[in-house]
Design a protein around this ligand. Structure first.
Ligand code: EPZ
Length: 419
């Protein structure tokens, strides 16, 4: 298990190229199961979560080739069972359910376990499949779905915590081959859902309304192969935007979609930082400590839950008192205890973190937990005095392509140590 040593106090400046989106690549790779013909996916990031998804596709009989950032998938004949020992490594494996149900009218996938950010139910996914005519059985830790035929329906996917991203993806991937029209009300509007819908339409699907709360899918007989380039990763980009705010003077991110970053830009502007955008670049102008802000995480286009931990790291060394409220995953505060080990003054009140800014954090050995909490600890170490030792770095490698190399490329001093 590697660990990362962050030597604090370096000023960051320069530019970073953002990788393809993990949360777009995963469902798009699963969607390749919907056709027997080859699909070519470009800008696929080199991440352990992507490797797990490719392992699952191979295990199910698809031929998978990877040449740097381009993946080719040929799913001529496929099995419909995804086993526990692979699925348990990555919760997003659940998004193979939709394409298997759509194409083979059956699927057996190990139930995703919970994780440190909270219980990760899939009741909304299953509600959608049942509405399309599938029978659902949960037995021996597996969820089995099967249907004689799938018939389009109007389905509301809104849950207690708002819309469901992978639930919308899964129901969309089952509905593209259903008979008749499916309308998803309360759909997730994240850019990654739009990217998946664009890929499915390139395969011959008929989907309208992706990016709004109401998606209409007209079922077709079959889908053909297609080529697609994955959108830039807005959460990786946002993570580097916060790094620039914490320790940067002027940092430019290349290959981004500024519109996808609007809620993050607005939060940094509110905290007193400068943001300059061009067609596919975004520059953060750091200028010292953040002003106090009040933030609530909500589904897109509002402030993303996947950026909550990173913003907490920034606000720890701010002026005054900030409040960050988590409305999507109310337990998603694994980073707080570790930031407090670095001298942060944070109290948790229900689903809110109340942060009293301090002059400077101090480096300490800390433990990575979930993907974004781990990234937040690296960010906190950028300005902290001394060295911050982030253990269990495999959490970070799940969702960030060479985060240490990219930050060192703009002036950070980060070492990766094999343990
Ligand atoms: C996706 O997870 C992302 N993962 C998550 O990113 C992200 O945090 C999340 O969306 C919210 O934006 C991928 O895309 C691979 P949800 P997903 O279903 O789809 C509840 C990262 O760091 N819910 O939108 O699994 C759920 O408990 C990861 O890259 C139900 O109640 O999340 C949560 O409170 C972490 N029933 C809320 O909805 C369901 O059937 C949103 O979850 C499904 C979800």
């Amino acid at each position: 298990m590697d660990k990362i040593l962050v030597h604090g106090g370096q000023r960051l400046s320069g530019s970073i190229r953002v990788s393809g989106s993990k949360n777009s690549a995963l469902p798009i790779l699963a969607a390749c199961l919907l056709t027997k013909e080859p699909c070519i996916i470009r800008h696929v990031p080199d991440l352990s979560d992507v490797h797990y998804m490719l392992q699952i596709l191979s295990h199910m009989g698809a031929e998978v080739e990877r040449a740097s950032g381009t993946v080719t998938v040929r799913a001529e004949k496929i099995k419909t069972v995804a086993p526990y020992d692979i699925v348990r490594k990555m919760r997003a494996s659940v998004c193979v359910l939709g394409p298997l149900l759509g194409r083979e009218k059956e699927a057996t996938v190990s139930l995703p376990g919970g994780c440190v950010i909270g219980d990760r139910p899939i009741d909304l996914h299953l509600r959608g499949f049942e509405a399309l005519g599938a029978a659902v059985r949960v037995e021996c830790g597996n969820v089995k779905v099967f249907a004689a035929r799938l018939k389009g329906q109007t389905i509301n996917l809104r849950g207690k915590f708002g819309s469901t991203v992978l639930g919308t993806d899964n129901v969309m991937m089952a509905a593209v081959l259903a008979e008749g029209v499916t309308t998803i009300e309360g759909a997730a509007a994240e850019p990654e859902v739009v990217d998946l819908a664009n890929f499915l339409n390139a395969m011959g699907a008929k989907i309208e309304g992706a990016g709004t709360r109401r998606i209409v899918i007209e079922g077709v007989e079959e889908l053909h192969g297609a080529e697609h380039s994955v959108i830039p990763d807005r959460i990786e980009a946002g993570t580097f935007m916060v790094a620039a705010a914490i320790a940067g003077s002027r940092v430019t991110l290349r290959r981004v979609v500024p519109d996808h970053l609007k809620a993050i830009s607005d939060a940094l502007i509110q905290a007193g930082f400068g943001i300059e955008t061009a067609r596919d670049t975004l520059t953060v102008v750091g200028n010292g400590k953040p002003k106090p802000v009040e933030l609530v995480t909500e589904p897109y286009p509002n402030f993303p839950t996947d950026m909550q931990a990173q913003m907490c790291a920034l606000l720890c060394e701010g002026e005054g008192i900030s409040v960050v409220t988590e409305s999507v995953f109310p337990q998603r505060f694994m980073h707080v205890a570790e930031l407090k080990r670095m001298g942060a003054q944070i109290t948790l009140e229900g689903a809110s973190a109340v942060i009293k800014g301090v002059e400077r954090l101090s480096g300490a050995p800390v433990m990575a937990s979930d993907l974004r909490a781990s990234a937040a600890l690296v960010l906190a170490g950028l300005r902290a005095s001394g060295v911050t030792e982030v253990n269990r770095v495999y959490h970070i490698d799940r969702g960030y392509e060479s985060i240490d190399d990219k930050l060192n490329g703009i002036g950070a001093q980060i070492e990766r140590v094999k343990v």
